[in-house]
Write a protein that binds this ligand. Structure first.
Ligand code: UDX
Length: 436
C-alpha cells in the first residue's frame, strides 16, 4: 500500500470514479467523496452510475480490497494528503464555466483539515482559476492548509480507464514545483512525459487541446461540404491527409459533428475567456458554427428527399453522443430530434445502451411524443427515413435487406458514414452520408 492517502471530491462522477478506482488499484488508500448517496448505494450493489468499459470490475475489486472507500462526509477526508477535485464545471448561459462547485469543494477542503493537503484541480477550469483560488485561500487565512495544484484530465468517455493507464502526457501546474511533481508521480506510468509548469499553462493546455480536437473535426466537416458536391469521398480524403504524421488520422472523421459533455462546453468557455481579455477567437467561433451546421445539414438532407417533414415518420439510430457511451444528455441527437419534432415529424428513436428517455436522464417532456424502441429494425418499421447519429458497431452489421423490407420508403441519411454508397445502390436504398 502506498503511503499517500488520497481523497477525490466528485468521486462518483465520470472523471472522479475513474480517478478514485484507478488510484486505489495503484495501492493508494482512496476515499471517493460525493453528495449523491443513491449512487453510492447502487455502486455497493455493483451498479455503476454510468457505463464505462472496465470500470465496474475495477470499482468492485478496489472496494473489496478496502483501498477504495466511498463517503458523503467531507470530514472523512481530514487526514488525506492529496485531494483531487473532479466536480463539474457546466456552461453558464453566456458560455462561461460555472465554477461554483469548484469553489465549494476548495472551501470544504480548507475548512475540514487536520493537516496540510494538496488540492488538485482536475476539473476543467478557466485560465487563472488556480491562482484565484490561492488568493482566496490567502485572504481567508487558509493557505497554510491547502496548496493548489492544476492537473487537467484528458480522459475520453468510453475509454476513460484505458486513458488513465496510458496517458500521452501528464500535465501539472503550480507555484510549488515539488508539490506539482508529487501529484504527477502519484500516477505517472514510467516513461510518460510530465509537463510541470505554471497554473496558467496547465489550465490552458487543457482548453487548447480540446479546442484543437474540435477544430480538427470541424475542419474535416467543412471539407466534407465541398467533397459531396464534387463527387468526393471524405473518408478517402481523411485517409490521404492522415498519412502525414503532422496531421495524423485521428479526429478526422466527418459526420454529424462533435457533441458530448466536454468539447462543446470547453470551446464555449475558451471563447468566453478570449472575450474577457477583449480578444477575438475567430477560428474557435467558426469551429462552433461549422459544428452546428452539421446538425442542420442532416435535417436539410431529409427535407431535400422528403419535402415537408410534417407527419413524416423518421427512425433515429443512436442517441448517445458517441458509441460505447450511454451519455445522451449533451448529445447532438437532442437538438436534431427537437428540430424534427418542431417540423412536425413523427420520431422513433433507438439506442443499444439507452432504452428509455429515463435511462438517458431525459424527462418525457424534453422529447414529447418520441417513441423509444429497443432495436434498429423496430425503429425502421414503417418509416419514411432512417437517420443514423451514433457509430454503434451493431449498426455496422445491419441486415439491409431486412431493414429495407420494413421501411415505408428506403431512405437512409447517415451522420456517421458507416456504409458504402455502391452497396446501398445495389440494394436500391437511397443513401446519403456526409461528404460522400
Ligand atoms: C473529449 C476529449 O477527447 C478528451 O481528451 C477530454 O478529456 C474530454 O473531451 P469525449 O468528449 O469523451 O473526450 O469524446 P471524444 O472521443 O473526444 O468525442 C467527442 C465528440 O466528437 C463525439 O461526439 C464524437 O463522435 C465526435 N468525433 C470524434 C467526431 O465527430 N469525429 C472524430 O473524428 C472524432
Amino acid at each position: 500500500m502506498k503511503e499517500s492517502k488520497i481523497g477525490v471530491i466528485g468521486g462518483l462522477g465520470h472523471i472522479g470514479l475513474i480517478q478514485a478506482a484507478c488510484l486505489a488499484k495503484l495501492g493508494y488508500k482512496t476515499k471517493a467523496y460525493d453528495i449523491n448517496v443513491e449512487k453510492m448505494k447502487g455502486i455497493l450493489q455493483g451498479k455503476m452510475p454510468f457505463e464505462e468499459p472496465d470500470l465496474a470490475d475495477l470499482v468492485i475489486e478496489t472496494i473489496n480490497s478496502g483501498l477504495l472507500k466511498m463517503t458523503s462526509q467531507i470530514t472523512d477526508l481530514e487526514e488525506v494528503d492529496i485531494i483531487f477535485i473532479c466536480v463539474g464545471t457546466p456552461s453558464l448561459s453566456n458560455g462561461e464555466a460555472d465554477l461554483s462547485q469548484v469553489y465549494a469543494a476548495v472551501e470544504q477542503v480548507a475548512h475540514n483539515r487536520n493537516k496540510h493537503c494538496l488540492a488538485v484541480v482536475k476539473s476543467t477550469v478557466p485560465v487563472g482559476t488556480s491562482r484565484k483560488l490561492t488568493k482566496y485561500l490567502k485572504e481567508h487565512n487558509l493557505s497554510e492548509k491547502v496548496t493548489m495544484v492544476s492537473n487537467p484530465e484528458f480522459l475520453r468517455e468510453g475509454s476513460g480507464v484505458t486513458d488513465f493507464w496510458e496517458p500521452a502526457r501528464i500535465v501539472v501546474g503550480g507555484e510549488v514545483k515539488e508539490a506539482a511533481e508529487k501529484v504527477a508521480k502519484i500516477y505517472a506510468p514510467p516513461g510518460v512525459p510530465i509537463i510541470n509548469t505554471s497554473w496558467e499553462n496547465s489550465e490552458l493546455i487543457k482548453y487548447a487541446s480540446n479546442a484543437f480536437l474540435a477544430t480538427k473535426i470541424s475542419f474535416i466537416n467543412e471539407i466534407a461540404l465541398l467533397s459531396e458536391k464534387v463527387g468526393g469521398d471524405i473518408r478517402v480524403i481523411s485517409q490521404g491527409m492522415g498519412q502525414d504524421p503532422r496531421i495524423n488520422p485521428m479526429f478526422l472523421e466527418a459526420g454529424v459533428g462533435f457533441s458530448g459533455p466536454c468539447l462543446e462546453k470547453d470551446l464555449k468557455s475558451l471563447i468566453a475567456q478570449f472575450q474577457k481579455v477583449h480578444r477575438k477567437a475567430s477560428i474557435l467561433e467558426s469551429v462552433l458554427q461549422v459544428n452546428e451546421g452539421q446538425r442542420q445539414g442532416l435535417v436539410e438532407k431529409l427535407q431535400e428527399q422528403l419535402g415537408n417533414l410534417k407527419d413524416k415518420k423518421i427512425g433515429i439510430l443512436g442517441m448517445a453522443f458517441k458509441a460505447e457511451t450511454d451519455d445522451v444528455r449533451q448529445s447532438h441527437s437532442l437538438p436534431i430530434v427537437k428540430q424534427l419534432l418542431s417540423l412536425g415529424a413523427v420520431v422513433t428513436v433507438s439506442d443499444p445502451w439507452v432504452k428509455t428517455a429515463k435511462q438517458g436522464g431525459l424527462s418525457e417532456a424534453e422529447l414529447p411524443g418520441v417513441e423509444w424502441v429497443s432495436s434498429p429494425y423496430e425503429a425502421a418499421g414503417g418509416k419514411d427515413a432512417i437517420l443514423i447519429l451514433t457509430e454503434w458497431q451493431e449498426y455496422k452489421e445491419l441486415d439491409f435487406k431486412k431493414l429495407k423490407a420494413l421501411m415505408l420508403n428506403p431512405l437512409i441519411v447517415d451522420g456517421r458514414n458507416l456504409f458504402n454508397a455502391k452497396d446501398m445502390e445495389r440494394l436500391k436504398i437511397n443513401y446519403l452520408g456526409v461528404g460522400i
